[in-house]
Design a protein. Structure first.
Length: 200
């Protein structure tokens, strides 16, 4: 599956929002400066389409999706009954790489994706190496014993980090208690504008 392999800070600077949840001082200092040699000169008023496009790009960069994946997901949720924006967030949040990140098993979504791809993550006791795998209600997500041998990873996992209301965590094991809702988390993008973008 294709994935973005370029500079990560560039993504956050392009959107002007810390979509990577990174705490580095260099990123915080340059967040309001667009990337590129003429970045600071390029600011201009966005059209309605421009706003929709930027929100879509924020979502893609936040969850590490490619255009084809997001397009397919939006078309799928549009066919289902209910709040399309909430369902979109729900599906994004229950991707395996995102669950690993939300449980605090990885520092970033990029690292979580790598752990999954390398076969270090188990779902209900079975190895799953597909980052886009959707975790269902009451599914148990855990880290492989081999990864726990890594001292830095073990130290990270021992850090006490609060998990979101729809998740449950104990030591190196996590569980999806229920499907995520919009009020459970803050997202740096407007789902309504993204739905409008794909409804053109």
């Amino acid at each position: 599956m294709a994935r973005y392999t370029g500079p990560k800070h560039k993504l956050a600077r392009r959107e002007g929002v810390n979509i990577l949840d990174k705490t580095s001082a260099s990123l915080q200092r340059r967040l309001n400066v667009p990337p590129g040699i003429h970045g600071a000169k390029r600011k201009r008023k966005l059209s309605e389409y421009g706003h929709q496009l930027r929100e879509k790009q924020k979502l893609k960069a936040t969850y590490g999706l490619m255009e084809k994946q997001l397009n397919r997901l939006v078309k799928y949720v549009q066919k289902k009954k209910g709040d399309t924006g909430e369902m979109l967030i729900s599906f994004l949040e229950t991707r395996l790489d995102n669950i690993v990140y939300r449980l605090g098993f990885a520092k970033t979504r990029f690292q979580a994706r790598q752990f999954v791809s390398h076969g270090h993550v188990l779902v209900n006791g079975k190895k799953v190496n597909i980052p886009s795998f959707y975790v269902g209600e009451n599914d148990v997500v855990s880290i492989s014993p081999k990864l726990l041998e890594n001292v830095s990873i073990k130290k990270l996992l021992e850090e006490k980090k609060e998990v979101l209301p729809f998740l449950q965590k104990k030591a190196f094991v996590g569980k999806l208690k229920r499907m995520p809702k919009r009020e459970d988390l803050e997202v740096p993008f407007n789902t309504q504008l993204i739905i409008e973008y794909y409804s053109r």
